[in-house]
Ligand binder design. Structure first.
Ligand code: FAD
Length: 293
């Protein structure tokens, strides 16, 4: 199918784009990589009267160290993140997760800001932001604000962004010392959205005790889910297979995945538990270089 009729705008700067959004309001939609928006137009799931193409706005395409983390402009292509040595070095969780986003041609066009703004419940980037307490910067003509993942991701395809706001940047903290970060997921075929995905970050103190544990899941709720009870159980303990099994049980009890045509709720719980146990063991091995007892 072809998209409904719309008026096309191609602003050359962020200010110009924000002015257009302020003027056109709810009738306008930003166009980034088009990998989600264009199919939605073709299927008539979205019918904006105006498309504001962000692809000429060079100032939104960057990846830089900032404030103890990585700041990534909204129009940075997912493929640029995947190929970045800085991302591999400073944020291994993001480097691993981004490779699961669709297929190479999708990542070549798809943008960081588009993925975050689209807020698919099984999208990897929102999961990474949730796991690491990243930040999302929004800008409108009247100012800017910075939100954490809990405040930004409100549900399936729903965010706190107002119609006149653009996502302009995400920020992800640099991996701390003695930290292992692992992204794992299960999908029916390579490149499909995940049935369940999990991001784990584990930090050991000098005595080998778990100082910080972070677990976030995708595909098990309308927005990314932090497994806070399991995280709490892990902190202050020494890594051990029995502890990780217990954390996995807590994760599967803590989440409430919906059943759909792809998988039952029970299956998703089971996969979440298996991924948790595996990711925690892998993260520990990443830090110590040794197999666990
Ligand atoms: C076959 C297929 C498989 C895929 N598999 C995966 C997958 O496994 N994991 C995954 O995460 N994604 C997957 N995707 C989606 C892909 O990652 C998209 O690139 C992404 O969801 C949207 O990014 P985009 O730049 O293409 O945005 P667009 O499609 O251009 O826009 C998406 C939405 O975000 C809005 N928007 C875009 N940029 C901004 C901005 N800066 N500020 C505010 N609003 C904005 C648009 O108005 C639109 O509503 C898949 C897509 C396809 C076609």
């Amino acid at each position: 199918m072809k998209p409904p009729r719309f008026q096309y705008h191609a602003p050359q700067s962020l200010d110009e784009a924000l002015a257009l959004l302020a003027e056109l309001g709810e009738g306008a939609k930003p166009l980034a990589g088009g990998q989600s928006l264009i199919p939605m137009l073709n299927m008539r799931l979205a019918r904006p009267g105006h498309l504001i193409d962000l692809n000429r706005i060079a100032e939104l395409d960057y990846l830089a160290e900032h404030d103890g983390g990585l700041a990534i402009g909204a129009m940075t292509r997912q493929r640029a993140v995947e190929r970045s040595p800085l991302v591999r070095d400073r944020c291994p969780l993001l480097a691993q997760a981004i490779r699961y986003v669709g297929h190479l041609p999708i990542r070549t066009r798809g943008t960081v800001g588009g993925s975050v703004a689209h807020a698919d419940p099984a999208a990897e980037l929102p999961g990474v932001l949730a796991a690491l307490d990243g930040r999302i910067t929004l800008r409108s003509r009247s100012g800017s604000r910075v939100l954490g993942p809990d405040a930004f991701f409100l549900g399936a395809l729903a965010t706190a962004a107002a119609p006149d706001e653009l996502v302009t940047e995400i920020w992800i903290p640099t991996v701390p010392e003695r930290t292992g970060q692992i992204w794992l997921e299960v999908a029916r075929r390579h490149g499909d959205y995940a049935l369940v995905g999990l991001g784990a970050s584990l930090t050991l103190d000098q005595d080998g005790v778990i100082g910080e544990a972070r677990l976030a899941l995708i595909g098990v709720g309308p927005a990314p889910v932090r497994a806070r009870r399991a995280e709490e159980r892990l902190r202050g303990e020494r890594p051990a297979a029995s502890l990780f099994r217990e954390a996995a049980r807590l994760v599967s009890a803590e989440i409430q995945p919906e059943a759909d045509v792809h998988a039952t709720s029970e299956y998703r719980r089971r996969v979440a538990a298996v991924l948790t146990e595996r990711a925690l063991a892998d993260a520990t091995r990443q830090i110590t270089g040794e197999e666990m007892a």
